[in-house]
Design a protein around this ligand. Structure first.
Ligand code: 6PG
Length: 477
């Protein structure tokens, strides 16, 4: 019997498609699913596509794969991953490699790495992006964990990954949870990108009265310029789709309640832990929460008054929205990248932000032309403190800012909520300020809590007896 080069445990759509992807490159693959019927269905539908060995137990799966074994676990994130590991680990031998390709929480991946390492096994927590289609034809892959283990499966992972200009969209990200962390930030950026697109759509509809079909053409046009990206491209397709039953744009018939599986929320939670102002992604998460409060919104819509402003027919607003979208997107990425830098320092990872940008250029959901520019920016300055300071983006945002301000102020006037546009602009204005009003915050904190403040003219920590004699004391040198 030929031993399989690779094993896949979990044959729901992502696992099945990744197994098919591996086999399509001529590599023998052993496949296993807890519910045997799924393995049989997989073999009936795809068995003829390549060299597959169906396994009916984990023991059979392990026996079918050549040593050192590389087995991809594709089960639902959370406890099912631990259950799968518990089930398979006793059958594995020293040096075998388990790869978790789901959207696992990076903290869990750190723990699993340590646990498996203690048992002499290797673990890779790998982000896999691009959905079902990419899983089959070429996803972006973000592996983290044991570098030595990665080197042993690098040939398989780079073979099945998407290619950009011939280069595989897969690179070793860093130790333990780094791969899942970077995938989490990818998803957070995905939330921000989607929210910015939704705000553009809302503004074009509310302020300019443009319907879905007219907007489809606008997004298609935007996709030919700097905004060229997968998400803009599929926005044009979603907006153009007509409902077969009613003949109306399908998007108008979709309920306005956004779901989420949690990776965006994790990104924001981690930013809070690290002290990073991740405003655009976090506003995107909050906007989904607000959208889900449908009943309350319907009730409030009947009671709360908005402005009297009406639609605006000013010239050039469509282009202004495009510029606002672009500038806000740069801010969302700048914040996400700053978060990755902070996480690298916190968790002891060496994250190569240029390489990460490279593997996001194809295969993943946020793939976009402008990632090439980000890759260049970090290529030229690996220690860039903020993407907004890279000359290309500094100039691009500088030229877009008038349009951006116009869209945000008109939105405020008309009562169109644009939380991601406006928070990104507020961040931009806050970040470029040499002096913020935090001096007053410190004064107030010192007044009510004697929390002390620093002075601009002398070192040390000071406290003023504000409500007593008004004298100032040096608390700490
Ligand atoms: C990807 C996607 C993928 C998934 C998201 C959806 O990179 O392929 O990000 O991981 O579609 O998790 O997330 P929500 O359900 O939270 O929107």
């Amino acid at each position: 019997m030929t031993r399989a080069r690779f094993g896949v445990m979990g044959l729901a759509v992502m696992g099945a498609n990744l197994a098919r992807n591996v086999a399509s490159h001529g590599l023998p693959v052993a496949v296993y699913n807890r519910t045997a019927a799924r393995t049989e269905k997989f073999m009936a539908e795809h068995g003829g596509e390549g060299d597959f060995t169906p396994a009916h137990s984990v023991a059979e799966l392990v026996a079918a794969v050549e040593k050192p074994r590389a087995i991809l676990v594709m089960v639902k994130a959370g406890p099912p991953v631990d259950e799968a590991i518990q089930e398979i680990a006793p059958h594995l031998e020293k040096g075998d490699i388990l790869i978790d390709g789901g959207n696992s929480f990076f903290g869990d991946t750190r723990r699993r790495c340590a646990e498996l390492e203690a048992r002499g096994l290797s673990f890779l927590g790998s982000g896999v992006s691009g959905g079902e289609e990419a899983a089959l034809k070429g996803p972006s892959i973000m592996p983290g964990g044991s570098e030595a283990a990665y080197r042993q499966v690098e040939d398989v992972l780079t073979t099945i990954a998407a290619k950009f200009d011939g280069a595989p969209c897969c690179t070793f990200i860093g130790a333990d949870g780094a791969g899942h962390y970077v995938k989490m930030v990818h998803n957070g950026i995905e939330y921000a990108d989607i929210q910015l697109i939704a705000e553009s759509y809302d503004f074009l509809q509310q302020a300019l009265g443009l319907g879905a079909t007219e907007q489809a053409a606008i997004f298609q046009e935007w996709n030919r310029g700097d905004l060229d990206s997968y998400l803009i491209q599929i926005t044009a397709e979603v907006l153009a789709k007509q409902d077969a039953a009613t003949g109306k744009p399908l998007v108008d018939l979709i309920r306005d309640e956004a779901a989420q599986k949690g990776t965006g929320k994790w990104t924001s939670q981690s930013a809070l832990d690290l002290g990073i102002p991740l405003t655009a992604i976090t506003e995107a998460v909050f906007a989904r929460f607000l959208s889900a409060q449908k009943e309350e919104r319907v009730n409030a819509s009947r009671q709360l008054r908005g402005p009297r402003g009406s639609r605006n027919r000013e010239e050039g607003l469509v282009d202004a929205v495009r510029d606002a979208l672009y500038a806000s997107k740069v801010v969302a990425y700048a914040q996400g990248y700053e978060q990755m830098t902070a996480a690298a320092a916190e968790y002891g990872w060496k994250l190569d932000l240029g390489a990460i940008s490279s593997i996001w250029r194809a295969g993943c959901i946020i793939r976009a032309r402008f990632l090439d520019r980000i890759k260049d920016a970090y290529g030229e300055h690996p220690d860039l403190p903020n993407l907004l300071l890279a000359p290309y983006f500094r100039d691009a945002v500088g030229s877009a800012q008038d349009a951006w301000r116009r869209v945000v102020s008109l939105s405020v006037e008309l009562g169109v909520p644009v939380p991601a546009f406006s928070s990104a602009l507020a961040y931009y204005d806050g970040y470029r300020r040499e002096r913020t009003p935090a001096n007053l915050i410190q004064g107030l904190r010192d007044y009510f809590g004697a929390h002390t403040y620093g002075r601009v003219d002398r070192p040390g920590a000071f406290h003023t007896r504000w409500a007593q004699d008004g004298s100032e004391i040096l608390v700490e040198d």
